[in-house]
Write a protein that binds this ligand. Structure first.
Ligand code: SAM
Length: 281
């Protein structure tokens, strides 16, 4: 991230969700605030997709929509099973907390201070009210610990929580990703987490989408948000189990999209983004 600037990729994925509301049929993820929070018509595609293969850009937009749908469903299931807290890590322009209808559930939004300040301005400018159930926790994952920041924000470590961490892991160092996963695994009440990660670009060289993934990597790096962490499915599963998670489900983009009845022309492959759903007992 560039010092003093909000995340450009946060705006890009928010645009992808807004674009999804307008152009994709069937719609995987419905978000009545997706257009309002960006203050645009939703006709604009992500700045990082310009000039890239349109089928891959569509597939990526659908993945972004599907990971949010999966997160929404996980939050709803968690609340139904008694989770009283939801933590959105690296929240960007995520709208989960503003769509919540459960008054007794506490939400926490963690984000880089520069992005969070920008989001708060956007909420005010676009007329989206901040619910009393939401607490903001400005934290730079690379500079301060989640434990200190969330303790200060009032997260109850003894009460069950759902952690949502979408589109963030690849922008952090491996050490910071592992510290965060250890922190979640050590939550006193039961915890579950949904997050996505990227396969190493080099391991996808046989794949026709690899060149496009590298092009996107170059573009986000050029705006100061380089991808820093990559994992294989075996690595991330091994890490999660060693940190104390008991259940780990891993879905490739193709598998996730198939869950929602979306078939793409891309052939099934391990590379690109994957979505994890992991939990402690
Ligand atoms: C691609 S955006 C994803 C935003 C949101 N989760 C979503 O899906 O819309 C990446 C997010 O990671 C956050 N981020 C990147 N590096 C960070 C850091 N070192 N500390 C805290 N947040 C960071 C950015 O501020 C941004 O909100």
């Amino acid at each position: 991230m560039q010092v003093g600037q909000p995340s450009r990729t946060a705006m890009a994925v928010a645009r992808a969700r807004a674009h999804h509301q307008v152009v994709d049929e069937p719609r995987v993820f419905t978000d009545p605030l997706a257009l309002q929070i960006i203050g645009e018509s939703g006709s604009q595609a992500s700045e990082f997709d310009n000039g890239l293969d349109q089928d891959l850009a569509r597939r990526r937009r659908l993945f972004i929509a599907a990971r949010s749908r999966f997160a929404d469903d996980t939050v709803a299931d968690g609340i139904a099973r008694g989770a009283g807290q939801v933590v959105i890590l690296g929240a960007g322009l995520d709208t989960t907390a503003y769509r919540n209808t459960h008054e007794d559930v506490r939400f926490f939004e963690v984000d880089h201070p520069d992005t969070q300040e920008w989001k708060r301005r956007r909420l005010s400018e676009t007329g989206i009210a901040i619910p009393s159930s939401l607490t903001f926790a400005p934290i730079d994952f690379e500079q301060s610990t989640l434990a200190d920041g969330l303790a200060e924000a009032g997260l109850d470590r003894a009460r069950s929580a759902v952690f949502i961490w979408l589109g963030v892991v690849m922008y952090l160092t491996r050490a910071s990703v592992e510290d965060t996963l250890r922190y979640i695994a050590g939550h006193g009440g039961s915890a579950e987490v949904v997050f996505d990660y990227l396969y190493p670009v080099s391991s996808t060289l046989h794949d026709p989408a690899a060149g496009q993934q590298q092009a996107r990597a170059d573009r986000v790096a050029a705006v100061g948000e380089p991808w820093l962490s990559f994992f294989t499915a075996d690595e991330i599963r091994g890490n999660l189990l060693s940190f104390g998670f008991d259940r780990v489900e891993d879905r490739s983009a193709t598998q996730l999209l198939a869950t929602y009845g979306i078939r793409t022309t891309a052939r099934p492959m391990n590379s690109g983004p994957h979505l994890i759903h992991a939990g402690t007992a």
